[in-house]
Design a protein around this ligand. Structure first.
Ligand code: BGC
Length: 807
């Protein structure tokens, strides 16, 4: 059983154990380094002792990255102090310090992206070896596994690659809430729900940090669109922030203590997130107990002194910030000037530098571990494939799947050749290969050779290669190939089943659009679906659609076809994972971590996304989060909006029965804020093949101090692989803290008194589930929060912009 248990601390400093034993670089190591269990306090004490020996210039040098050459998209590694070994394609460095007079030798640290695997250059000048990294499934697909143990394995595999390639800080995972399907970076993120986002991020963090690599949860906070992302001001009520946009970060921090966190580009209620002390100090550190370092996103914000004072310890990538058209003085110079004038105190630079150094001392370079440049890519490919298979979601299956291996398949769609392993930008990975869907299918079925040849020839003749705006990804595009209705009829005659693969890319720096070719199908795609369905159905043959997409697309066409497999962007093993699921070698067990609405216009933020141009300068500058806490299923369920596929939904080739749901313990009344509710339910495989089931617990809270969504996900767990007839009893624990709602009027997390209904359900569609109940006799104040934190800008109140929805 893999279960997300809120009570289990995933802190893993202690499990870096043997890695820590050898050779803390330089003269700061002492016999204490041989202890096997070290917590943050141990490294903090070491850091403080080192900081006491450092000059103010050395400390400030650690706070600001080395600078960036925008013409070549490379980091100025020559400016990094005490760099032991540079890594081509790294996103940044943290300067170390070498001062033999003072007896200090701290090696610089290496920082590399990104959420689907370690993004470094695959080749290096004057070096014959290669440095490929495993392309794992994108974040959304990983979350759709609902399998925290598997997410932890992916984190450990990526962390191991970081370690072996000499990377100290992994700039992942991305865990912003998928507020709207058109956010260009949704593929990097996990879910519309903060529990899923937080639990998966915590697991990935635990995995990576078990390898001694710092994990950097990002982008804190409310980075939910890409349009004018470096300046847009997101106006969000404190309650929506607390319950939706910060909640996942809180889970990850309190459960796994990531060693690093990256603030976001956007402003929040009037101020850049990296410059808000309430966000990065009061809430993150004082309320949640965060121990790690905080770094800026690359070129974020406009005032390094304000960033450092707020508690954003590290500013990347340093040099000149181009946010103001490059019209800023070099950041290090600005910081040094502020220090000389007394505007920046020793207390601030000491606190920031201590937090940075504390984490640097834990990581690979300063521990003298890893660095073989030879990770086990074959083992990691298997983990990538398993994650891809467990995350893909079977959305529809009208007796079309699985397809038995002897069958002849007519495989349509250019994305079967131009298969997308992931999105573009810093979330891309330089993997050694990507198995296309056509190649994967070809290993298990007989593909119509004429049709395959047609697509391959078309692709070779029409593909176009460009580089993304950041010089990071090579983007290969190709128009959809047209197949005539007459040809489709003959393919229907000569084959047993049709598979149509539709593709949609997305990337950093731009949002998607609700237009044909993006959220909507093109005319050509619609014709392809219609003509294939007509011709194959006329012969009594099935049509299967595979969606190789970055995120939600329109599915109003779903009735035309017999089966839909949502493959998202599955990483380098794409084709083999799709083939395993279509053939039944693997049984689908992924479930949606995001809703597929009936129409884009049903999305509660559809009318406000992605902001307004309030000063009419041609750029979006303000983004009012009009839907408040009603994001995703919280909206659709509360206001009875029909959806195409609900949150939490996914089919299997077997069937499951949920039995004996019960509340096995309720200590909320005896223990209050430290109490919890525990539920159990037995899941039985009532079908004929082995399968896993992700069970979810949704809570309907009683009316009380604050209005609440009809249901909220409060726990989930996935069974082990259950053979036909086998059962497993799952246990779900919900601590008071995660049951609570935020009462803005009183700055408190509270649990209202009354009867709570708990639905143990296969999806967020709980209509047919009989709930079990538990009671809270008196209102519980779970915690007080910082008064005035995260406030709306002066003169704006929640009522000015939040919509009052009705059924
Ligand atoms: C992205 C971050 C990334 C950083 C370094 C930024 O543009 O927003 O997610 O980690 O670049 O590449």
């Amino acid at each position: 059983m893999t279960t997300y248990n809120h009570n289990v601390k995933l802190t893993v400093v202690a499990s870096t154990v043997s890695l820590v034993l050898f050779g803390l670089v330089g003269c700061n190591s002492d016999s204490d380094d041989n202890q096997t269990t070290k917590d943050n306090a141990y490294y903090q004490a070491k850091a403080k002792a080192i900081i006491a020996k450092m000059s103010s210039d050395e400390k400030m040098n650690m706070l600001i990255g080395p600078g960036y050459d925008m013409s070549t998209f490379t980091i100025n590694s020559a400016a990094v102090a005490n760099l032991k070994s540079s890594v081509d394609g790294a996103a940044g460095y943290i300067s170390g310090v070498l001062n033999s007079d003072a007896g200090v030798d701290v090696a610089a640290a290496v920082l590399a992206d990104g959420p689907a695997g370690i993004r470094i250059s695959a080749t290096r000048e004057n070096e014959s070896g290669t440095f490929y990294a495993t392309g794992f499934p994108v974040g959304t697909l990983l979350a759709s596994t609902w399998n925290v143990a598997l997410a932890q394995q992916v984190g450990a595999a990526a962390g191991n690659e970081a370690k072996e390639y000499g990377v100290d800080f992994w700039l992942a995972p991305g865990m912003n809430i998928q507020r709207n399907p058109l956010n260009g970076r949704n593929f990097e993120y996990y879910s519309e729900d903060p529990l899923v986002a937080g639990a998966i991020a915590a697991a990935v963090t635990a995995g990576s940090q078990s390898e001694g690599v710092a994990t950097t949860i990002k982008h804190y906070a409310a980075n939910n669109s890409e349009t004018n992302r470096m300046n847009v001001d997101n106006i969000i009520s404190p309650r929506a922030l607390r319950e939706i946009y910060l909640r996942g970060f809180q889970y990850a921090v309190e459960t796994a203590q990531p060693w690093a966190l990256m603030t976001s580009y956007n402003k929040l209620n009037g101020t850049y997130t990296s410059q808000r002390a309430d966000l990065v100090t009061q809430v993150l550190r004082d309320e949640w107990g965060y121990e790690g370092l905080v770094m800026s996103d690359w070129f974020a914000g406009d005032d390094p002194v304000a960033q450092l004072k707020a508690g954003n310890d590290l500013i990347q990538p340093g040099g000149v910030n181009f946010a103001n058209g490059g019209n800023y003085t070099d950041y290090l110079t600005r910081v040094k000037t502020a220090y000389s004038s007394g505007d920046l105190s020793d207390d601030v630079i000491d606190a920031d530098a201590t937090r940075i150094l504390t984490q640097m001392l834990k990581t690979t370079t300063n521990q003298g571990v890893g660095g073989t440049n030879n990770p086990d890519l074959n083992a990691h490919a298997k983990i990538s494939k398993q994650a891809a298979e467990e995350g893909m979601v079977l959305l529809k299956n009208n007796a079309a799947l699985p397809i038995s291996s002897g069958k002849k398949i007519a495989s349509f769609g250019i994305a079967q050749i131009n298969t997308l392993k992931g999105g573009t930008g810093s979330g891309d990975v330089h993997s050694a290969y990507v198995t296309s869907i056509a190649d994967g299918l070809g290993k298990q079925f007989t593909l119509d050779a004429t049709l395959k040849d047609y697509y391959e020839t078309f692709f070779a003749a029409n593909k176009q290669e460009t580089t993304d705006a950041f010089g990071v990804s090579t983007i290969v595009t190709c128009a959809e190939a047209e197949v005539s209705a007459a040809d489709i009829t003959s393919y229907a005659a000569n084959n047993d089943v049709a598979v149509i693969t539709l593709g949609r890319n997305s990337g950093e720096g731009a949002d998607r659009t609700n237009t044909a070719g993006d959220y909507q199908l093109t005319t050509l795609e619609t014709e392809l679906l219609t003509n294939v369905a007509t011709a194959f159905h006329a012969q009594g043959k099935k049509v299967v659609v595979v969606l190789n997409v970055a995120g939600v697309i329109d599915t109003a066409w779903k009735d035309k076809v017999d089966a839909i497999l949502l493959a998202y962007m599955p990483g380098q093993e794409a084709g083999d994972a799709v083939a395993d699921l279509l053939s039944g070698v693997a049984n689908p067990s992924g479930k949606l971590a995001q809703t597929f609405p009936a129409n884009y216009t049903d999305v509660p933020s559809a009318s406000s996304f992605n902001g307004i141009d309030s000063d009419s300068d041609g750029k979006v500058d303000t983004n009012y989060y009009n839907e408040g806490i009603y994001v995703g299923y919280r909206y659709y369920d509360t206001f009875d909006k029909a959806v195409s596929f609900p949150f939490g939904y996914g089919l299997s080739y077997t069937s499951f029965e949920y039995k004996d749901a019960q509340v096995s313990a309720n200590t909320l009344n005896s223990k209050g804020a430290t109490g919890s509710v525990t539920l159990t339910a037995t899941i039985s495989n009532t079908g004929s093949v082995t399968g896993k089931e992700a069970a979810q617990v949704y809570i309907a809270a009683p009316a009380g101090t604050v209005d609440k969504p009809a249901i909220e996900l409060k726990a989930f767990a996935k069974t082990a692989a259950l053979t036909a007839g086998a059962s497993e009893t799952l246990t779900f624990t919900i601590p008071a803290k995660w049951l609570a709602s935020f009462d803005s009027a009183n700055n408190q997390w509270i649990i209202d008194a009354g009867t709570y209904q708990a639905y143990v359900s296969p999806s967020s569609d709980v209509a047919a589930i009989t709930p079990v109940t538990f009671s809270v006799s008196e209102k519980i104040v779970v915690s007080d929060t910082t008064a005035g934190a995260l406030a709306l800008p002066d003169g704006i109140s929640t009522a000015d912009f939040e919509t009052t929805f009705s059924k």
